[in-house]
Write a protein that binds this ligand. Structure first.
Ligand code: AMP
Ligand code: ZN
Length: 498
């Protein structure tokens, strides 16, 4: 036994503001305040969107694992996000409500619940607060009223932020991102391409489902305003500055530079509102199934319907560093599922041999203290990997090593794995082999029917009746079940994911 203390490597996090990894220190010692741009609830989240929340969950889990108290806010965007990603086009919520002939409030409630159920299925810890944009309209108007005299100008279409009135506009995007702004549909009268709407007036004669009175007429807030208002309200404290703001990499170009500009205007300083701005890279699908607005995309629900356990998708996300692109395909997902199966089977073996229940303790310090001398270096390397800008892909092999290392008491291994999983969130203490066998929605066979067919096939093979054995295999394949003779995991069959 050693007396090494729990996680102590200095945490370094990449900051998009400086484009460098920096030693992390929160504003208030011991407490970290994190804001994550949330989903726009006009449709289901696609798998790419969900990668963004697996990333924020990894971040907040690691912060807690390192001993910080974390306050985490995720917003729900139910107004203001336009179809053109800028200042023209329709509000995504209004468009969805029209297309489905429903009220915006029903649309928002439905997709918010769907999103929360995805979050739960991925074992993502619920944020301390979900903050809904339309609950904060009065505060958005107050914010805009404060910054308008020095930073905004009014046009027939709305109130616009003059991006030249703050220092270094667009620094987060690496300077003015002319290419990104060139893609924005022009708005007549806008002084600069990078100016953006703070408040959009309802077009004359058009009644919107969502509109509110304001000093600039009836209308709705611009999308960027909500995140400034809610992040500073719940996390900014008296200094209007908090620790970490997250979002997908697309937000680094327009949405977050605009939030920063608003925050600077509000604070009358060059402070951006958050000390760290962190961005996850994209999940890419060569089949083009990662566009929420185009539809036809892959959701977590559709994976579950196909019989894939959602935590296999979580493990797929964890297998790439959050700042790298990650390719999604049946193959990469299948590999993640196999890896998860291996982990779950190793855990089942260890749990069956456990002598006590110390490893079920929820106390991370207890689990990670006084480790066996063969486990301590693994724990140290794991801590070093997570502390190096959340290098989870380097941490997972260490978890696998802890599960398979020889000549270490089983309970001590389980304690370390339980401690590691607090940071990874793979639910390894609870997940069973049976849990991983989800029945696809359109399955023509249940798992027990498949097992029965396999038994019949085994009997045929024992009788050297290879014609019957092959026919059974082909019949299963026709129903999407691949028979895996000699599978080293003893898994025997799997569903075809392509
Ligand atoms: P939205 O619901 O469209 O507002 O997006 C929710 C989050 O998903 C944002 O942080 C986006 O930046 C992020 N996001 C969108 N597409 C992807 C993708 N393909 N991969 C990873 N993150 C994404
Ligand atoms: Zn946002």
């Amino acid at each position: 036994m050693t007396d090494a203390a729990p996680p102590s490597a200095p945490l370094r996090l990449f900051n998009s503001l400086t484009r460098a990894a920096e030693n992390f220190a929160p504003i208030t010692p011991g407490i970290v305040r994190v804001y994550s741009c949330g989903p726009t609830v006009y449709n289901y989240a696609h798998l790419g969107n969900l990668r963004a929340y697996v990333f924020t969950d990894t971040l907040t889990r690691v912060l807690r694992w390192k001993g910080y108290d974390v306050t985490h806010v995720i917003n729900i965007t139910d107004v203001g996000h336009l179809t053109s990603d800028a200042d023209a086009g329709d509000d995504k919520m209004e468009a969805a409500a029209r297309a489905q002939a429903k009220s915006i409030w029903d649309i928002a409630a439905h997709y918010t619940e769907a999103f929360k159920s995805n979050i739960a299925a991925l074992n993502i810890v619920e944020p301390s607060r979900w903050s809904v944009a339309t609950d904060h309209i009065a505060e958005m108007i107050a914010f805009a009223t404060r910054i308008a005299p020095e930073h905004c100008y009014e046009l027939d279409t709305g109130l616009y932020f003059d991006s030249t009135t703050v220092p270094d506009y667009g620094a987060l995007a690496g300077g003015h991102d002319d290419a990104a702004h060139a893609r924005i549909d022009p708005v007549a009268g806008k002084r600069h391409a990078s100016d953006f709407a703070i408040w959009r007036k309802s077009p004359p004669g058009e009644q919107r489902q969502m509109e509110w009175d304001s000093p600039w007429g009836k209308g709705a807030p611009g999308w960027h305003l909500e995140c400034s208002v809610m992040s500073l309200k719940y996390l900014g404290g008296t200094e209007h500055q908090f620790d970490i703001h997250t979002g997908g990499i697309d937000h680094r170009e327009i949405h977050h530079p605009n939030e920063i500009a608003q925050n600077q205007a509000f604070n009358c300083t060059s402070h951006t509102g958050a000390n760290w701005w962190m961005h996850n890279n994209f999940l890419v699908d060569r089949g083009g199934k990662m566009s929420k607005s185009k539809g036809g995309f892959t959701t977590l629900f559709s994976l579950i319907d196909r019989g894939v356990h959602p935590l296999a998708y979580r493990l797929l996300c964890l297998s790439a560093h959050y700042r790298s692109e990650l390719e999604f395909s049946g193959e990469t997902l299948g590999a993640a599922l196999t890896r998860l199966k291996r982990l779950v089977m190793a855990m089942e073996g260890l749990k069956a041999r456990a002598e006590d229940v110390t490893w079920q303790s929820p106390d991370r310090d207890f689990l990670l203290s006084n480790l066996h001398p063969k486990l301590q270096p693994i724990a140290d390397a794991f801590d070093a990997a997570l502390s190096d800008d959340l290098m989870v892909p380097r941490a997972i092999p260490l978890l696998e090593e802890a599960a398979s290392i020889k000549k270490v008491p089983v309970d001590e291994k389980l304690c370390l794995i339980a401690g590691m999983d607090m940071a990874l969130g793979l639910d390894l203490l609870n997940l069973t082999r049976a849990d991983l066998r989800l029945t696809p929605k359109d399955a023509t066979l249940t798992p027990s029917e498949i097992e029965a067919e396999l038994d019949r096939r085994k009997a045929a093979r024992a009788d050297k009746d290879f014609a019957t054995s092959d026919a059974i295999r082909d019949a299963l394949a026709a129903q999407g079940v691949e028979v895996m003779d000699g599978d080293p995991l003893g898994w025997e069959w799997r569903l075809n994911l392509d």
